[in-house]
Every structure is written in structure tokens, then in C-alpha cells.
Design a protein around this ligand. Structure first.
Ligand SMILES: Nc1ncnc2c1ncn2[C@@H]1O[C@H](COP(=O)(O)OP(=O)(O)O)[C@@H](O)[C@H]1O
Ligand SMILES: CSC[C@H]1O[C@H](OP(=O)(O)O)[C@H](O)[C@@H]1O
Length: 396
């Protein structure tokens, strides 16, 4: 991986980001540049620099030494910028069509300079507006199938895999997920954030021994299973989309983990969007879940059968067992994500943006019932139709 170390770290301003872009030769001399900081995520600065004459742009993303959403009281490693640029480059070696091009990265400045994707829209925003993105599931299914297979012990040299995994040891960012996704929402923790009216529903979760046991099993998988290189935070805010293009951004949480984790986060965020829609408008979200799983399994199975490097790959029953377990884990991880986005630290606009309080609270209670059942009943779903069934059964 080519990562440059040039200067001493300092947070960029719009002016400094522009000067850096000029110094890097990203624009022709004298180009009329306009720079805006457009970061709307929880953690980083994102500078959008555009040549006003040609309308050509670039993105400079910079990590801050703390979590932006909380402030300097929550220090956070700058190394996440290297993880992000390494992950984008690794993914690009398998599925270049689904990630932005990385032009340059600098470890000291904690920056990644990448392709400007402003022609597309963040999928969460579009889904909230009612868009359906017909190719989203086909593309995300292929993205996950190929990145998972080719970074696994079945798709690459097993010694090389261990070396690759060293680049993605990501303890600080994994700890955020361990706390915010798998732990805090299930206990009375001060990072939690929910409306007072939800307290009885939330306290019921905190006292639910069965839920604790099943969530603990899922957390253990997240902690211990170094199966495939994951994006690690594959929600719909980490996906740019249009009717014919899809790009995955923001893999700073990348690490070697259980194969169902990215699928679970993606499905959960589709469900969170479905929770914000009227019944008549929900179907496309469930179709996306069906189609993502179908595309994922068919491409993964094809690669397994034709390109596997592991002697046991051809053993009858092994692939079926891997996919069976991946599905169960996917369902459980989706349940954890649905619950944490409802009552944990980091919410989603799909639910928080429901204007009428009565409807918002109803959708959030629905989310908690759905999330719980996805976790505790994950082994009984028997296919993606089970998401629809549980969604309907938990409506009230
Ligand atoms: N390559 C890109 N092209 C255009 N806009 C981008 C690009 N990367 C990020 N952005 C914008 O910046 C926002 C935050 O980026 P993101 O990588 O999600 O940051 P964070 O790590 O803080 O969550 C995105 O929602 C998007 O609006
Ligand atoms: C304190 S980080 C909270 C939350 O933010 C991350 O998402 P993003 O970087 O896309 O804003 C991640 O989901 C973390 O769990």
C-alpha cells in the first residue's frame, strides 16, 4: 500500500485544504477553486474542492484526533485514515466499480484524497425521499460477495491472508462498535439517547435475560471470528447511489470479522427506512433484502466452486453450512443495529426525521420489538421472507 508520510498533523481548514490540493497538483495552475467542508458524519472532516471553470472536483477526507460527534473529550486514533485508504484500495482490487478512486493518502495528515462522487446521492437521503435505487441490492450483494470471498481463507493464499489482516487490526474503531452496537443499548449506559416516553420499552430490554444471552453470543462472534475483510460500518449513509451506479465509502471501521456483519448492517438500515414508510411504500426495501441475499449467495457460491484455494471447499455440505451460518448471523447483527440506531448514541435520520411525535415513537417501539426478535429468533427465520414476517408481526 502506498501511504505517504509528509507533514506534521494539523486539522485542515477550507483554505488549507485548497492549498494542499494545489500543492498536490490536483488542479491546473490558477484554477478558480471553491472549497467547502461538507462532512455530515459522526467522525471526520470532508472537504469538497471544485474547479469553478471545469466543475471538476476532488474530496479530501481528514480524520480528527477525536470523535467529531462528541468532541475532544472522546479521543480517537488518527490511524483510522490509513485503515480507510487501505480498505478502499483493497476493495478496489476486487470491485473497482463500487468504490471511489483513491488519488493520494498521507498518514501524518490523516488524509485520503479521493474521487468526488457528488454526481450521486447518499442512499439514506434518497431512500428517505422515497427513491428505490433499482440496482442497489444487485451492486451491494456483489460488493459483499466478492470482497468477502477474495479476502477469506477460501479465496486467497492463507498466509497472505494473515499478512493482509495485520493491516486491518483496528482495535479503537472495533471498540466503538463493541460498545455502541453490542453493549451500551442493552444496559443503562450514559451513551444511550432516547425519548423519555420510550423508557418503559427500553427498560424491558435492559431486563431481558434471553436478549442479553443472544446478544452476547453475537458480540462474541464479532470479537473473535476473523473470517473476511469487512467494511465494518455498511449503513446506507456509507453508500452513494443513483439509478445505475453504487459506490461504497467510509470504510474506516474495516477489520477482519464475521461474514454476516456487513450484510446485517445493510439489511438493518433498509429495515430502519421501511419503519419510516407507510405500508404501501415498504415493499421495495424488502425486495432489496431478498435480492441482496440472492446475489450475495449466488456470486459467493460461484466463486467458492470455481476459485477456492482450500482443499476442503469441495467437501459436500461445507458451502451450505457456511451460508446457513452466515444468514443466521446476518439476521442477529441486523437486530443489534436496529436497536442501537433507535436508542443508542448514533441515530438515523430515517427514524429521527419522522415529524409527528406519535408516529415517531410508534416507529421506534416497532423498531425495538423487531430488533429484539431478529436477535432472539435469528436461527428460525428460514430465508429473507422472515424479515417481512417479523416486521409485520412486530407492528403492534
Ligand atoms: N467521495 C466523496 N464524494 C462526495 N462526497 C463525499 C465523498 N465522501 C464523503 N462525502 C460526503 O461527506 C459526508 C461524510 O462522509 P463520511 O465518509 O461518511 O464521513 P464520516 O467518516 O465522518 O462518517 C458524506 O455523507 C458525503 O456527503
Ligand atoms: C462515535 S461514532 C458513532 C457511529 O458513527 C459511525 O458512523 P459514521 O462514521 O458513518 O458517521 C459508526 O456507525 C459509529 O458507530
Amino acid at each position: 500500500m502506498t501511504i505517504v508520510q509528509s507533514a506534521v498533523y494539523e486539522p485542515l481548514t477550507e483554505q488549507k485544504a485548497t492549498a494542499l490540493a494545489v500543492r498536490l497538483g490536483l488542479f491546473r495552475d490558477g484554477a478558480p477553486l471553491l472549497c467547502r467542508e461538507i462532512g455530515d458524519g459522526n467522525l471526520n472532516l470532508v472537504f469538497h474542492i471544485v474547479d469553478q471553470a471545469t466543475k471538476q472536483g476532488v474530496i479530501i477526507k481528514q480524520a480528527l484526533p477525536y470523535a467529531k460527534v462528541v468532541g475532544e473529550s472522546w479521543p480517537l486514533t488518527l490511524k483510522r485514515a490509513v485503515i480507510e485508504s487501505n480498505a478502499l484500495r483493497t476493495f478496489a482490487s476486487y470491485v473497482p466499480q463500487y468504490v471511489p478512486k483513491v488519488y493520494y493518502s498521507d498518514e501524518s495528515l490523516a488524509i485520503t484524497v479521493m474521487e468526488d462522487l457528488s454526481r450521486l446521492q447518499i442512499a439514506r437521503k434518497g431512500l428517505i425521499e422515497g427513491k428505490t435505487y433499482p440496482l442497489l441490492s444487485r451492486h451491494i450483494g456483489e460488493f459483499i460477495a466478492k470482497t468477502a470471498f477474495y479476502t477469506s481463507d477460501f479465496g486467497m493464499n492463507q498466509q497472505e491472508k494473515k499478512k493482509l489482516a495485520q493491516n486491518f487490526v483496528n482495535p479503537e474503531l472495533c471498540k466503538i462498535t463493541e460498545d455502541l452496537v453490542f453493549t451500551d443499548p442493552f444496559f443503562d449506559h450514559d451513551t444511550n439517547n432516547f425519548e423519555d416516553e420510550l423508557r418503559p420499552d427500553v427498560e424491558a430490554l435492559w431486563q431481558d435475560d434471553r436478549l442479553h444471552l443472544e446478544t452476547a453470543k453475537l458480540k462474541r462472534k464479532f470479537l473473535t471470528e476473523a473470517d473476511v475483510l469487512l467494511h465494518g460500518d455498511l449503513h446506507t449513509g456509507s453508500i452513494f447511489a443513483s439509478d445505475d451506479e453504487t459506490k461504497v465509502i467510509d470504510p474506516e471501521f474495516a477489520f477482519y470479522g464475521p461474514i454476516g456483519f456487513d450484510l446485517g448492517q445493510f439489511f438493518a438500515n433498509l429495515l430502519l427506512n421501511a419503519l419510516s414508510r407507510s405500508e404501501a411504500e415498504r415493499q421495495p426495501l424488502f425486495v432489496h433484502i431478498d435480492s441482496t441475499w440472492r446475489v450475495f449467495t449466488s456470486i459467493f457460491a460461484e466463486l467458492w466452486q470455481t476459485e477456492s484455494v482450500e482443499t476442503y471447499a469441495a467437501t459436500p455440505g461445507l458451502l451450505d453450512e457456511v451460508l446457513r451460518q452466515a444468514f443466521i448471523d446476518t439476521v442477529g447483527f441486523a437486530g443489534c443495529e436496529v436497536i442501537r440506531r433507535t436508542i443508542g448514541l448514533a441515530h438515523v435520520a430515517d427514524l429521527d426525521g419522522i415529524e409527528q411525535k406519535v408516529e415517531r415513537l410508534a416507529a421506534k417501539r416497532h423498531a425495538l420489538r423487531l430488533g429484539r426478535r431478529l436477535i432472539v429468533e435469528r436461527a428460525e427465520l428460514a430465508g429473507t421472507d422472515g424479515f417481512r414476517r417479523l416486521f409485520v408481526e412486530t407492528e403492534r
